[in-house]
Write a protein that binds this ligand. Structure first.
Ligand code: SAH
Length: 505
């Protein structure tokens, strides 16, 4: 039986502009044939056993011939696979999607087309340029700038295009920009009409040059604008300077931030950094390895099954919460197992994780360090405590509770182990404007990934989540640029934004 080929648009580059349908198909695909201009994270959700085939153009290098791509599509489709052909932007807008659909039809292979957000409207939108506007443009033309306008056999009717009553959007036109502008002016388009070029639209490094049709080519050359870029010609291009720009206005725009925490925890921090405009490089130096533990039902079940009970259950990390509830579920228990215990959470992220399981922590120390929890417990006596945590955590809390006369059980659910970085990731850390450290082990592990070479971090500002992390940095002769307060992700982001705002580039 033949499979199905999905011709899928991946949007212009910002991972947030992948459609729900695209993500769903990527997650299901057996085979994914992908181009160069797709979002960096587009393949993250692919199945681990999916076959990923790169068919794009590498820089200026040779592109896989279209016949070869067609052949692969047919071959994988015939083999009964679920194939995703993933393209930048929209597959039917200068994406060869139409040609590929015809090839599939001829081969008798069923296909589906999933439109994507096309760069021709998205790049201008992220530059603050609406391609239509009630008073300034009632039509928009999508044009390929690929062709040499001086070629006699050019498929483009330049005089007609010059006379087009609306916005012109050129794809692939950077190299031809001088000729395009000349031809349009020769065809009667006003030389002083606003024009803009948007490079790497919707991506963290997006740059925009605004000028007039007459000057745009020179201005773009001065700014060393490179592909991929979109050129917009029309009165709408002036709106950006009149107040519609927004993307470059975001506080971390133009900054590269390395996130060193474990992949399991990095996504929330990374997503929020991206929303603030940062380019995020994920360089996880830690991996969470759960232990093979089985809880005893008798410790947690409701009376009369209950064997004994804790009057304090203390959780110290979101990973601990997640794994604790997984272990409880294995012995068919849930949040009710903690019904008569006081529950303490170290840090707001742990508290949030607990709330997601229906538990509002009774004790939430103001600062996310173990000492602060002891303080928060105050005069309240503890007889029997359970501390749920990772293997490497410090012993301050159990020791102190024992010193107060409590019987303390420590339940170690996981350990964090060092994760080596690839050479590319090491380079990315070296080039980053900011490197974020969210625990002492991120400091130690990053340095060991860099072969102990602290000078690799000399060009970056080091962001520390709290005092323990800062001490770890200082032990390696590194000084944090700032320390978050409160010692959590919110505090870290606020401190980063404050630092970036205070030191504009
Ligand atoms: N199917 C794609 C276009 C493919 S042609 C789409 O719908 O967007 C490749 C051209 O698209 C590039 O030369 C460039 O002009 C444009 N392009 C793609 N991604 C871009 C981006 N992020 N910013 C600016 N232009 C982009």
């Amino acid at each position: 039986m033949s499979g199905v080929v999905h011709l899928v648009g991946a949007g212009p580059g910002d991972p947030g502009l992948l459609t729900a349908r695209a993500l769903e198909l990527i997650a299901q695909a057996d085979t994914i044939l992908y181009d160069r201009l797709i979002p960096v994270t587009a393949l993250d959700g692919a199945r681990p056993d999916a076959e990923l085939i790169y068919v794009g153009k590498e820089g200026r290098g040779p592109q896989m011939p279209q016949e070869e791509i067609d052949r692969l599509l047919v071959e994988h489709g015939r083999a009964g696979r679920r194939v995703v052909r993933l393209k930048g932007g929209d597959p039917f807008v200068f994406g060869r999607g139409g040609e590929e659909a015809l090839v599939l039809r001829a081969a008798g292979i069923p296909f589906e087309v999933v439109p994507g957000v096309t760069s021709g409207t998205a790049a201008p939108a992220y530059a603050g340029i609406p391609v239509t506007h009630r008073d300034r443009a009632s039509a928009v033309a999508l044009v390929t700038g690929h062709e040499d306008p001086d070629k006699p056999e050019s498929a483009i009717d330049w005089p007609a295009l010059a006379a087009f009553p609306g916005t012109l959007v050129f794809y692939m036109g950077v190299k031809q920009l001088p000729r395009i502008a000349e031809q349009l002016i020769a065809g009667g388009r006003p030389a002083d009409q606003p024009a803009a070029v948007v490079e790497r639209g919707t991506l963290p490094g997006q740059r925009t040059v605004v000028a007039t049709l007459e000057t745009i080519a020179a201005r773009a050359a001065e700014a060393e604008i490179r592909p991929p870029s979109i050129t917009v010609v029309g009165d709408v291009a002036a709106l950006r300077e009149e107040g519609t720009r927004w993307f470059e206005q975001r506080p971390l725009y133009g900054r590269t931030v390395a996130v060193t925490r474990a992949r399991e925890q990095a996504s929330r921090l990374a997503a929020r950094l991206r929303l603030l405009g940062a380019e995020v490089v994920e360089t996880p130096v830690i991996r969470v390895v759960p232990f093979d533990v089985r809880l005893s039902r008798f410790d947690f079940a409701a009376p009369p099954d209950r064997f004994s009970s804790y009057d304090l259950v203390c959780l110290t990390s979101p990973n601990g919460v997640r794994l604790f509830f997984e272990r409880l579920a294995e012995v068919r228990l849930d949040a009710r197992a903690l019904f008569d215990a006081r529950v303490a959470a170290i840090g707001p992220a742990t508290a949030r994780a607990l709330r997601a399981h229906g538990i509002v922590p009774d004790v939430l120390p103001e600062r996310a360090v173990a000492e602060s929890l002891l303080y928060a417990l105050g005069e309240w006596p503890v007889e029997r405590a359970l501390i749920v945590r990772a293997k490497v955590a410090r012993d301050v809390l159990p020791d102190a509770l024992r010193a107060e006369g409590a019987e303390v059980h420590v339940l170690e659910l996981y350990e964090t182990v060092a994760e080596p970085l690839t050479d590319g990731q090491c380079d990315a850390v070296r080039a980053a404007d900011y490197v974020t450290f969210t625990s002492a082990s991120t400091v130690r592990n990053l340095l060991s990934a860099l072969d102990g070479d602290a000078t690799a971090l000399a060009g970056a500002r080091l962001a520390s989540i709290g005092p323990v992390t800062s001490s770890a940095l200082r032990e390696h002769g590194l000084e944090p640029a700032f320390e978050a307060d409160p010692h959590d992700v919110d505090g870290l982001l606020a401190a980063l934004v404050a630092d970036a705002t205070a030191a504009p580039r």
